[in-house]
Design a protein around this ligand. Structure first.
Ligand SMILES: *Cc1c(COP(=O)(O)O)cnc(C)c1O
Length: 454
């Protein structure tokens, strides 16, 4: 793209486009970066720079960019039947096939899909249908959801309320009523000198204390990301989720796993719940379900919840025009076919995860890095002022943003949350690309330290 055209587009963008999760005033001054092309693990920007996308778009491009098969699947379905709804006793073939495919892939008896356009809407769906599930069983007061401070469940009213991001709650009067939060499992910041297994139990038992404080007859469900993504890839100790599951069963609280990031291979198994050895009653899906090629979300319910909704739920007064959109379903099916046929999840786990973990641990040796943590293909580097301690930088977020911008100039996309550098590459990343990731990250850490005058 020539420089004049790029500049024109940036001016139009500044004049007419409000960006999510941006300071729009500052962005308009600075000019948006326009991405133009993607192939495999790389994207190119309007200036022609090639960037290694170690964040897979936004945790989603699991099969990598540029897979023509997904475009063909969309084109075929558009020509055959571009749209039909799933309201009024109807649906389409790809929608049915996708629901069946998800039931086959999802662990245990998570056999029932409700489709949405996004992860946020799937969580809205879960909030409504789970409350409805209890209400039709004569427990209308069992309506409280417990999430976690700093959790992320999307940006709709319910999604942002279930999430625990204070900055989000401040905009728009959130959280909505009957949503509570407990502290997350964050060993680096909160675990002190505790053994990780002990810390995992301690962090999980915060749920039990909260349920008892509210009264088990009030608590409908607990929702959590198997690995907390957006806040900075908080990897729980292995004791955490089994203990959460035990507590949920004990008080008959439904367990909702928000698998929007963890699902479809990110943690080395198809779902994060499998990596951590627990069985959710309800699961949120989006992102990797289509590798981000088209928007799609789903809420998966187990036999118990779906059974009650079918037997006693009456007409579900809920749904989106595009619930089960045939084009999105066709693309999802093709994405899942490729993931299975090319054994991408298994190759990522057995072929690349160990090597990536080894190189990530080497990055942990850098003087700026307080902790390098990783599970599967999802990791974080915690940047700290003093490697021997776990203190944060005083002006939280500045160093992370600096490192992110330097990495970008070095041809590497990493995300920064506060002062943690987050990693989530396409699952198809090769050993050579892991080496490139290492080199560019190490160089960027050094330049960050230099820019800070260290
Ligand atoms: C991205 C995300 C969501 C929201 O999905 P959208 O498609 O952006 O609405 C929900 N939960 C988690 C864990 C996410 O990472």
């Amino acid at each position: 793209m020539d420089a004049l055209h790029t500049r024109t587009l940036q001016q139009l963008d500044a004049a007419h486009h409000l960006h999510p999760f941006n300071d729009n005033g500052a962005l308009a001054e600075q000019g948006t970066r326009i991405l133009t092309r993607g192939q495999g693990c790389y994207v190119w920007d309007a200036e022609g720079h090639q960037l290694l996308d170690a964040f897979a778009g936004l945790w989603c491009v699991n099969i990598g960019y540029g897979r023509a098969e997904l475009g063909h699947a969309a084109a075929r379905q558009m020509q055959q039947l571009a749209y039909y709804n799933s309201f009024f006793q109807c649906t389409t073939e790809p929608t049915i096939q996708l629901a069946a495919k998800l039931a086959e892939l999802a662990p245990g008896d998570l056999n029932h899909a409700f489709f949405t356009n996004s992860g946020s809407e799937a969580n809205d769906t879960i909030l409504r249908l789970v409350r409805h599930f209890w209400a039709v069983q004569d427990q209308p007061r069992k309506n409280i959801f417990i999430g976690r401070h700093d959790g992320y469940h999307g940006t709709t009213m319910a999604g942002a309320s279930l999430g625990g991001m204070k900055g989000m709650h401040r905009q728009g009067g959130l959280p909505i009523p009957d949503i509570h939060h407990i502290d997350p499992p964050y060993g680096f910041g909160d675990g002190g000198e505790l053994d990780p297994d002990d810390y995992g139990l301690l962090a999980a038992r915060r749920l039990e204390a909260k349920i008892l404080a509210l009264g088990p007859e009030r608590v409908a469900a607990f929702i959590g990301e198997p690995v907390m993504g957006a806040i900075g890839v908080y990897i729980p100790p292995r004791t955490y989720w089994p203990e959460i599951e035990r507590i949920c069963r004990r008080y008959d609280v439904l367990l909702v796993a928000d698998e929007v990031i963890c699902g479809f291979g990110r943690t080395g198994q198809w779902f994060g719940a499998q990596t951590y050895g627990f069985q959710p009653d309800v699961m949120t899906l989006a992102k990797g379900i289509t590798s981000g090629y088209v928007p799609l979300g789903a809420a998966m319910f187990n036999d118990r919840v779906a059974g009650v909704l079918k037997a006693q739920g009456g007409e579900l007064a809920h749904g989106c025009t595009y619930s089960g959109h045939p084009v999105c379903a066709a693309v999802a099916l093709e994405n899942l076919r490729i993931l299975q046929h090319e054994r991408i999840v298994e190759h990522a786990r057995d072929g690349i995860a160990a090597y990536l973990a080894q190189r990530w641990a080497e990055l942990g040796e850098h003087p700026l890095v307080g902790e390098a943590r990783i599970v599967g293909l999802m990791g974080a580097l915690e940047l700290v002022p003093d490697k021997t301690r776990r203190d944060c930088f005083p002006d939280r977020g500045r160093v992370g943003a600096l490192c992110r911008d330097i990495a970008r100039r070095n041809g590497l996309i990493l995300r920064a949350t506060h002062d943690a550098m987050l990693l989530s590459p396409p699952l198809v990343i090769s050993r050579e690309q892991v080496d490139e990731l290492f080199e560019k990250t190490w160089k960027s850490l050094g330049e960050t330290a230099a820019a800070m005058g260290k």
